[in-house]
Design a protein around this ligand. Sequence first.
Ligand code: DC
Length: 211
Amino acid sequence: MSGNGRVSGGHSPVVAIDGPAGSGKSTVSRALAARLGVERLDTGAMYRAVAWAALRAGLDPAAGEPVADLARSLAIDVGERVTADGEDVTEAIRSPEVSRAVSAVAATAEVRTELVDRQRRWVAERGGGVVEGRDIGSVVLPHADLKVYLTASPEERARRRHEEGAAALARRDAIDSTRAASPLEVADGARVVDTTGRTVDEVVEEVLGWL
Ligand code: DC
């Protein structure tokens, strides 16, 4: 093993990070990827880009097939900036309108099929990486080297996402956890970490210890 926990000469690790909104996924996965020297994929940004495009096209986010058609034709690039059909939507996909619409888009099975396919290709092309979302350990990458499920108290999660509001956050979590298609759940074999009151460094050190 090298100092950063990576097996020298081997492939990059595949790490799945799941959890509800405000559980610390983005912060922890970004720090973890930096420590491992691998890339990170924010899959929530992909669902948000589709929701943004659906709203721009005047579609009902819950319309089903029309939204899936749009997802199949939309070019999405998720890095430090996020683009949809070449347009920079990094800030736009975090708007309250998109946050309200995204759970309906993510509950559409055909949208998930398309985005899950792209997520698996992203990992295959890089030979590893840190991927964060809701169904990464359960559906997208069930054979990940490490699966982590982050949680935090409802109060802490609402505080971290104060701009969305506690009620809107609770509503989104309820839809994400009860939908028929790949609901948010603790994947088989996932390590559960409660991030309430813990620093990013503490959580990242603990996760690195499992690789
Ligand atoms: O991580 P986030 O809050 O930006 O995600 C936005 C929405 O996308 C979330 O409410 C549920 C959905 N999502 C999903 O269904 N599956 C994923 N792998 C990632 C996000």
